[in-house]
Ligand binder design. Sequence first.
Ligand code: 3UK
Length: 546
Amino acid sequence: MEPTAHVDTFVRDNLPPKNQWPKLAFELPELKYPKRMNCAVELLDKMVAGGHGERTVIRALIDGKAYSCTYRTLLDRANQIARVLTEDLKLKPGNRVLLRAPNNPMMAACWLAVTKAGLIAVPTMPLLRAAELVQIIDKAKVGAALCDLRLSEEMELARAGCRSLKQVLYFNDAGAGSLEQRLAAKPTTFANVDTAADDPCLIAFTSGTTGRPKGTVHFHRDVLAMCDCFPRSCLKPSRDDIFCGTPPLAFTFGLGGLLCFPMRFGASTVLIERLLPDTLLATIAKFKATICFTAPTFYRQMAGLVRNHDLRSLKKCVSAGEALPDATRQMFKEASGIEIIDGIGATEMIHIFISHTPERVRRGATGYAIPGYAAMVVDDAGKPCAPGVVGRLAVQGPTGCRYLADPRQKDYVIIQGNLRGWNLTGDAYKTDADGYFYYQARTDDMIISAGYNIAGPEVEAALLQHPAVAECGVVGVADAERGQIVKAVVVLKSGYTGNEPMVKELQEFVKKTIAPYKYPRSVEFMASLPRTETGKLQRFKLRMTG
Ligand code: 3UK
């Protein structure tokens, strides 16, 4: 490693042992980064120096009124916050700073400030409770937090429950001692910390639906690599694009799509708190957004609402977080004329590694390994599977998994054999002869019923083609006779009733659409499906119902 700028080396010291690190590849010319680099300086100071200073970078609604700020204003604000962090809070390079807010301009400025100061950002989802925050704070030994005032309740409960967290400053707060009040007294200049490209700058905790959270450590270089892969090859934004969408900035899908990608290309982003499908559509219309990032369930619900909104500005849509059923892709295309760009990413990999351009879409496929990444489907012995054969997805590229002090590193990064250094995402996939990848299920979500392997998402895709089905989730539940049986939890569209004839109809429909043995022997109806803040179905909850 290049000499670190970190005075506090806790995170570097708690990276996995070197022999468990992912192998990286930097073949693309745009990935040949210098040894010393600070990603926030690249995204902000250098964009201002490069002539973008007077252009809009962030758009928002503040107290219901349209707000916008330029790259130069954002730089001034980030510099002032960086001074508060280093001069008032006396934080030293390598210290961890918890960030907590819905998507808004101050949250963005705080992330940039923390990063410019060579500190390590630990962004957290707004809906987390104190108990979950305490786990994160303890794991990352976080000493300071910048938190939106409206999230103070759980923040204070968490602070009382952990020893390392000494200082909390609140923002979006006009009160005495607030971050705003402190930064107002600071000059708008700041001496950026000259970090190594491989100094850690971000700990992204995984949005896992069960178990103890895992902290994935990312370097300054990784943040730029995420900007220089998927956006360059699949999204192809221009400086005039206006990004918007739902993923929280605390989720790397959102940090990339709604902050880093627009800034890398001199474009702008719309940051709105708490969006629903209809308010997202209204936001696109109001801000004339051109690019939208959200999850499949949003596209499915938006398809039915498109006609109520003026979406002429919208050009490109990105879906990630969960498999995009082909029925949803077609429904959204019919409604809006837009071919969604699907992409699989992971917190461990920081962002998307398999995707496609709208022109190179293939029905049912997530896409192909994007330039910069290699992907393959392998069997349990680590041998590549032939096209059509289901196996585990392995990927390699400029980014990879590094858990903070966690034995589960060995489950994600292969540490021996010919695939040493490849990342196993935990997904079951198959390929076709042209190198397209087809999602099947999470490897631990495969349903095994009477000896058959059944992928829940395939049954979901079949159900979604039925006109009565709004949303559905398919899981395996224990069964004395068959080991597991297929259970479907279905949300019906309004006007349909969840009764015995409907169960029969859906079962017959699945039998006619895919191999009959895959039909759901159990069907249950719910008003809505349980989801995480990142839009993922909480399958374990579906197994427990009924
Ligand atoms: C699943 C998908 C099928 C898959 C993420 C884009 O989702 C992100 O990160 P997480 O750590 O979850 C990773 C897991 O989610 N998944 C994500 N996208 C797709 N499955 N098709 C997809 N398009 O199981 C993967 O292993 O929460 C997504 C960018 C950054 C991210 N962090």
